[in-house]
Structures are given as C-alpha cells and as structure tokens.
Design a protein around this ligand. Structure first.
Ligand code: 4AZ
Length: 504
C-alpha cells in the first residue's frame, strides 16, 4: 500500500526522472586548454549565437564567474527553450540567462537577462516531455534565435551539433570554455538499453565518435541544443535531457524530440503560460503531539494553482539523518496517531496550473511529542525524543529514493547492473548492491563462505543513475539486493533480483 502511495506520489509530484539538480553539479574549474568537450568535442572558439547559459540569480544578479547549471536555446528575443528538469526547483526570480557567452570567467560582451516566467510541459516528467520555456524579463540584444524543426520531421540518420559547458567526461572536470561536437541522430533501437525509460515519441537518441572516442553530452549540458546541420540554418531538433553516464557507447545521450507535434506546438506557443510560484515556504501548523491535528499551510502562490498535499514523516537517527521515511496521506490535515510519536513531519505542496507543476516542501516540525496519558488520576507523560539538530530549520529531504535495476548483463562471468534511482527529494547520491550465491555451494557450515554476502558500491553514472560491476563470478545463480541513498541519508527500499551467471 505504502509503495502504491509513494509510486502515485512520485508520479503526481512530477518527479524528475533522472533530474539534474543544479546544486548537485560539482564546480571544478580547469585552466587547461581542453581537448575534451561536452565529451570528446572541441572548444567552440567563441560564443554560439543561439546558445545561452542558465544561471541562478539571487536578487536578480548572478554570481561571477558564471556557474552554469544548464543551458538553453534562443527561440526569439524574449523566449528560451530548455529542459523542464533544469527548472524543477527554481522559479523565475531565481533565474537569469547569459547570452553571447564563451568562457564562464569572462563577462565582456555577454548579456545577462533575468527571467520573467517559467513554463514546464504539463505532463513532465511523465512520458518524457522534458521541455521548459523561459519568458525573459527583457529582450535579448545579443545572440540570434535558432529556428525550430518542423513537426513530424524524420530525424534518424541526420547530422547534428551539440554544445555546452557541461562535464568533459563522466564525473570529470567542468570546462570554462563552451564545447561543441558533431553527432548523428540514431535509430530508436540504439537507445533500447534504456528500456521503458526511453520513450521514442518524445525522445531521440544521438551520439557520435571522434578520434578521441565516443561523443556525448554530459552533466551540465542539460537544456542545451541539439541542432541539425543538414538544414540551411541550424534548426533546433533536440534538448539535452538525460543519459546513463556520459560517452558510454551502450547508452547514447537522450534528447527531447522537438519534432513531436505536441512538443513542437508547445515549444512554439506565442505566450507560454507561467507556472505557479510559491511566495514563501509552506508551513506545517499545529502542535506536533499525538492526538493533535496538523495543517499543511501552502502559503500564498502566484498563478492560481490547484494545490494538493502529501504528508511525509521520518525518524531521525543520532547523526540527525532521517530514516524510516513514510508517506502519511494526501489530505490537507493530518491527525497524529500514536504511531507518529517521535517522528518528524513535513508536507509537500504540489501546485499545478497550465504552466506546469511546482512542488515544494514545508519546514520540518517535530519530533512528535507523546500526549500525556491519564493513569489513575495522575498525568504521566512520556518525554519526547530530544529535538534533533535537523528539525525546525531548513527543509529536510524526507523522501527516500526508489531504486530499480533497469539493466543487467553478464559477459565473461562479470555482471553489470544499472540502477535507476528516482527521488522527489534530493537526488540519490550513492547506491550499492549486495549479492549472494544461491546455487552450487556446499551445504552446512562448509558452504558458509560460499554463501556469504558481498557488497559492491555502485559507480555514479549520472543523476540518479548508478552502475555496479561484479568481479568474475562462479557459474551459478545469485541474488542481488540493490539500494540507493540520497545526501540526507534516506535509503530506498531494497530492490532484489536473481541472476544466473552464464558460462560466457
Ligand atoms: C545530466 O545529468 C546529463 N550523456 C545530461 C546528459 C547526459 C547525461 C547526464 C547524456 O544533466
């Protein structure tokens, strides 16, 4: 049941499948001349006219050197096309675009324009649809728009160009100069390893090879352009969306398919509807004690959204980390049963209007005190747990990731598992697999070592994506138990699978 609730939640919350959290991007600056790209591209040599950088702008002005967390493409002087997942936790007042940018440490000749409104596809992240539109607060005078691909155009086999300020290799360095690389649009079958995470109608698969190796977009390139180069002027056909790692030939980059008629029409909308904006953090009101009723106060919003609520609670360990995270209902109020004792509580407010879905979490309250119980005329109270350092302050991420094994393969007796971890709170930051041999071990004590658990830490392969590679295994059947964890220590429920290691 809980799982159903959480799954429903994850869907309705508009959880970014493989969403890149801007804060998640490591900022390593390299002064080296870069051979790499994107991955295996080249230094663009100057700004790319249609490409802008997305930067956070507290109080209207971005930090300098620019910290580019995503990119976008100029549609017209007041609109930029980007990825919805770049905009999951950011509202217009938090954002600016930088046009005519080449080096992130050089602002000469650049143009910074604040954002007036954010629009994300109303279905995103369901079915892909990783499309976001920024309406700018002023008109760009630098840069030029890229025309949009036409609806229903055939894409497979066509040459394109990708570009961005993203990582030079998987978990690698961040360039300071804009990188670019030629790619081809692949047949959908090239992305079959993504399984159901690849939705051919709304996504396209692209990549390439260069003398340096496989060409790909990487973390930080998100939202940026894939333009076609077989057209008179370069036309925007894809938006950098996601991938498993970077430059893995088995997992080409995935882009938003702008030739999809619905995406095409939305990308061209004359006046994109503004997504709702919270005027502050929501709050949980009421006394956090058993028997009391708490209310999720959404605060005020601009954009007249329809609001819904999800209660979340957790226990806090000695280190102040939440565990045993639970969803506790979707009403605006929550009456605290005795089962809620000592748990910290928060609520997510989900605001939906024509401009997309904005989800934001309230400050955490609690731990929930135990109400005095009357025993033979005397009031006895159970002391509440000590207030954890984590409560009462900043919002806590109480949402555990949901881990799934999305791919498995074995070759030469070594197996590779791909783990996808969705998380509507902070993204999963680590994952591991514990495996145990199920067949061919001696019975009794003698076989004990053979049946022992082995733990392997997964290698991070992108936001919410992890890869585990085993050592050489015996030809036998194994059970794997996989878990993912986020930065707040929330651990997913284990996902298990059994796997027979084949002879070859
Ligand atoms: C990301 O995390 C990301 N290899 C973008 C593109 C790719 C992988 C990750 C494609 O923003």
């Amino acid at each position: 049941m809980l799982e159903i609730v959480i799954r429903a939640l994850l869907l309705t919350l508009g959880v970014a499948l493989l969403a890149a959290a801007p804060a998640d991007a490591q900022r390593i600056r390299t002064g080296d001349p870069v051979r790499g790209s994107i991955v295996n591209g080249t230094d663009a040599g100057g700004p790319i006219a249609y490409q802008v950088a997305l930067v956070e702008a507290e109080g209207g002005s971005p930090k300098f050197p620019f910290e580019v967390f995503c990119a976008g493409t100029i549609r017209d002087p007041t609109h930029v096309i980007t990825a919805a997942h770049c905009l999951a936790d950011l509202d217009a007042p938090d954002l600016a675009v930088v046009a005519n940018l080449y080096r992130t440490g050089v602002r000469t000749n650049t143009e910074v324009v604040p954002v007036a409104a954010v629009t994300t596809h109303p279905s995103w992240p369901a079915g892909g649809n990783d499309l976001g539109i920024l309406t700018l607060a002023g008109a760009l005078t630098k840069g030029t728009a890229a025309p949009l691909v036409s609806a229903n155009e055939t894409m497979t086999g066509r040459p394109g160009l990708i570009s961005g300020w993203g990582l030079l290799s998987d978990e690698g360095a961040i360039p300071d100069a804009l990188q670019q690389a030629p790619v081809s649009v692949y047949a959908d079958s090239a992305c079959r390893r993504y399984g159901s995470d690849y939705v051919a109608a709304t996504m396209l698969c692209a990549g390439g090879t260069s003398p340096g190796g496989t060409v790909d977009a990487c973390q930080g390139d998100s939202g940026g352009p894939l333009v076609l180069t077989d057209t008179l002027s370069k036309t925007l056909a894809g938006i950098v969306s996601f991938g498993v790692g970077c430059a893995d030939p088995d997992f080409p980059g995935v882009y938003t398919r702008l030739a999809n008629p619905d995406l095409n029409a939305r990308a061209l909308a004359a006046d994109p509807p503004a997504r709702a904006i919270p005027n502050g953090l929501p709050t949980v009101t009421g006394t956090p004690a058993t028997g009391q009723t708490l209310t999720c106060d959404p605060g005020t919003w601009t954009g007249s959204p329809a609001l819904s609520f999800v209660w979340l609670s957790a226990l806090i360990n000695a280190a102040g980390e939440p565990y045993d995270v639970r969803a506790d209902g979707t009403a605006q109020q929550l009456t605290l049963s005795s089962a809620m004792a000592r748990r910290v509580v928060t609520c997510d407010v989900i605001a939906v209007n024509a401009g997309g879905t904005r989800t934001i979490q309230a400050r955490v309250v609690g731990p929930v005190a135990t109400a005095p119980t009357v025993v033979q005329g005397t009031a006895q109270s159970t002391p509440a747990a000590a207030t954890p350092a984590a409560s009462g302050g900043t919002p806590l991420d109480l949402t555990a990731p949901v881990a799934r094994v999305t791919r498995r393969s074995c070759a030469k007796r070594r197996c590779t598992l791909t783990i996808t971890a969705r998380d509507s709170g902070g993204p999963a930051t680590s994952a591991r697999a514990v495996y145990r041999r199920l067949t061919g071990c001696a019975k009794g004590r003698r076989g004990k070592r053979c049946r022992a658990d082995h733990t392997i830490a997964a290698k991070r392969a992108g936001t919410g994506l992890f890869v585990v590679r085993t050592p050489r295994l015996a030809i036998a059947r194994y059970r794997f138990t996989v878990t993912a964890k986020d930065a707040s220590g929330n651990v997913s429920r284990p996902a298990t699978l059994s796997l027979s290691v084949p002879r070859r």
